[in-house]
Design a protein around this ligand. Structure first.
Ligand SMILES: [Mg+2]
Length: 262
């Protein structure tokens, strides 16, 4: 039974909101889960925002959450690097949200020629100069960490390039892929989520709207997985998505609120 789980690791986009618009059933479900004492943590692959920015968005949906209940790829990346090498010197392609989290984790932001880590995250202001610096950092052979593997991000008015734009460019130029990818479906961010919750994989359910991202992430830690049909996956493309990715979710729900039915 899903409601026997002590904790829920929940995706944001496509579950409780679509960009700036709330998904009412998802928001309602999270409120009810919290009311009956379940531990929850939101996990997002977003690589341009900090926890503070995301917290404001969730609050605008009417959700009472704390920063500890949000695990975002920017923060998880900073935590991961600080865990490997406290105070490390990093060069990042990322923008404000990522820079904010790297600094908060005690890492030192430097240029490509001094860096011990190349941290790749999305940047909506990417230009030739920044890519040149990233290329040079990559060619130095330093440890290369990417916030997430997203190729395309579904924005309000249509698809936009994800972090994959930079990972792809670096790969084409140097043949290098990231040494570590932090965001879903990587288990790096999921293990961090378990650590924050203080729970084991068998005690949580992982909820999301994408089979290859959220369900795959849940399976990577051996947790039960819940696919909701309020985002990228819908009743219409469900079968096609399952076949395409070759992954079966443990539970399929119309919305997260269906968890309370039957
Ligand atoms: Mg999603």
């Amino acid at each position: 039974m899903l409601l026997d789980k002590e904790g829920f690791i929940i995706d944001i986009d496509g579950v409780v909101g679509k960009s700036k618009t709330p998904i009412v059933e998802g928001v309602e479900a999270v409120k009810r889960l919290k009311k009956i004492g379940k531990k929850i943590i939101f996990v997002s692959n977003n690589s341009t925002r900090s926890r503070r920015i995301l917290l404001d968005r969730l609050k605008s949906f009417g959700l009472e959450v704390t920063e500890e209940e949000i695990l975002i790829a920017t923060y998880a990346t900073a935590r991961f690097i600080a865990g490997e090498k406290p105070g490390a010197k990093v060069f990042t392609t990322g923008e404000k949200g990522l820079i904010e989290e790297l600094e908060l984790a005690g890492l030192r932001l430097v240029d490509y020629d001094e860096a011990e880590y190349l941290v790749v995250g999305s940047n909506r202001g990417i230009n030739f100069d920044l890519l040149t610096r990233a290329l040079r950092a990559c060619l130095r052979g330093i440890r290369y960490v990417a916030t997430n593997p997203d190729r395309i991000f579904p924005s309000e008015d249509g698809p936009i390039p994800g972090t994959g734009m930079i990972i792809g460019a670096l790969y084409w130029m140097t043949g290098r892929e990231p040494d570590v990818i932090v965001g879903k479906p990587s288990k790096v961010i999921m293990e961090e989520a378990l650590k924050v919750l203080g729970l084991k994989p068998g005690e949580v359910a992982v909820v999301g709207d994408q089979i290859d991202v959220d369900v795959a992430a849940g399976k990577s830690i051996g947790a039960d997985t819940v696919l909701v049909l309020t985002g990228v996956t819908t009743r219409d493309n469900l079968q096609q998505m399952i076949e395409k990715h070759g992954i079966e979710p443990d539970y399929i729900l119309e919305s997260l609120n269906s968890i309370f039915e039957g």
